[in-house]
Design a protein around this ligand. Structure first.
Ligand code: GTP
Ligand code: MG
Length: 203
């Protein structure tokens, strides 16, 4: 059964299908299979809210969720999945880009990378894009349960100096064990609060 606190708002295959801008929105971005949908489910505390799959490229639409009164989460299609036709891949890229460019409610991006692997060229592109457009983001290394403590802290150091250099924070999580999830919630809440304050000042 779905928790009353987290609900699915709808899916969009094109920008005209995005729901109306509502409360601050936090977007989950990263390569295919990195664990975006799994992390979103963990954060919302609802198994099966966003669809998880061992088959990469599962999330093909932008999916929107409402969590509590004052927050929305969006699950974006992953990049870097080779086995899709070129035209389809470009369609997803356009969808993600128009979301990032035009979504007024967007307060924060949660940019996921696999803790086990060096950043891909798609990861480098996304980090350059976020930095260039000055979109606030948290860089999150996923699947931390697959690494030992030393390896993980080494990886976090590399990420802080590399694709996470413009990030508000760089952290590790495991959607499997729940490690790092409370800390991530705190970072999300803090970033959303400061987004609200900035918007308030800007008015
Ligand atoms: P797309 O929708 O294809 O872009 O993928 P996604 O980024 O949403 O990944 P998803 O959450 O569907 O997870 C992909 C696979 O990784 C699934 O088999 C998950 O069970 C697994 N996975 C996700 N997070 C973790 C984690 O923290 N630890 C481990 N061990 N496996 C994970
Ligand atoms: Mg997904």
């Amino acid at each position: 059964m779905q928790s009353p606190r987290a609900t699915f708002l709808g899916s969009a295959a094109s920008p005209d299908q995005f729901p109306k801008n509502g409360p601050p929105e936090v977007a989950f971005l990263g390569r295919s299979n990195v664990g975006k949908s799994s992390l979103l489910n963990r954060l919302a505390g609802v198994k099966g809210l966003a669809r998880v799959s061992s088959e990469p490229g599962r999330t093909r639409l932008v999916n929107f969720f409402r969590v509590g009164e004052d927050l929305c989460l969006s699950d974006l299609p992953g990049y870097g999945y080779a086995r899709v036709p070129e035209a389809m891949r470009r369609g997803w890229e356009r969808l993600v880009e128009s979301y990032l460019e035009g979504r007024e409610a967007l307060a924060l991006c949660v940019f996921l990378v696999d803790a086990r692997h060096d950043p891909s060229s798609g990861d480098e592109t996304l980090s350059g894009y976020l930095e260039h457009r000055r979109l606030p983001y948290l860089l999150v290394a996923t699947k931390a349960d697959k690494l030992g403590r030393g390896e993980l802290s080494q990886r976090l150091g590399q990420l802080r100096e590399g694709i996470g250099r413009a990030a508000i924070e760089v952290a590790a999580v495991s959607s499997k064990t729940g490690a790092g999830v409370d800390g991530l919630w705190r970072a999300i809440r803090a970033a959303v609060k400061s987004h609200r304050e900035r918007r308030h000042v800007a008015r």
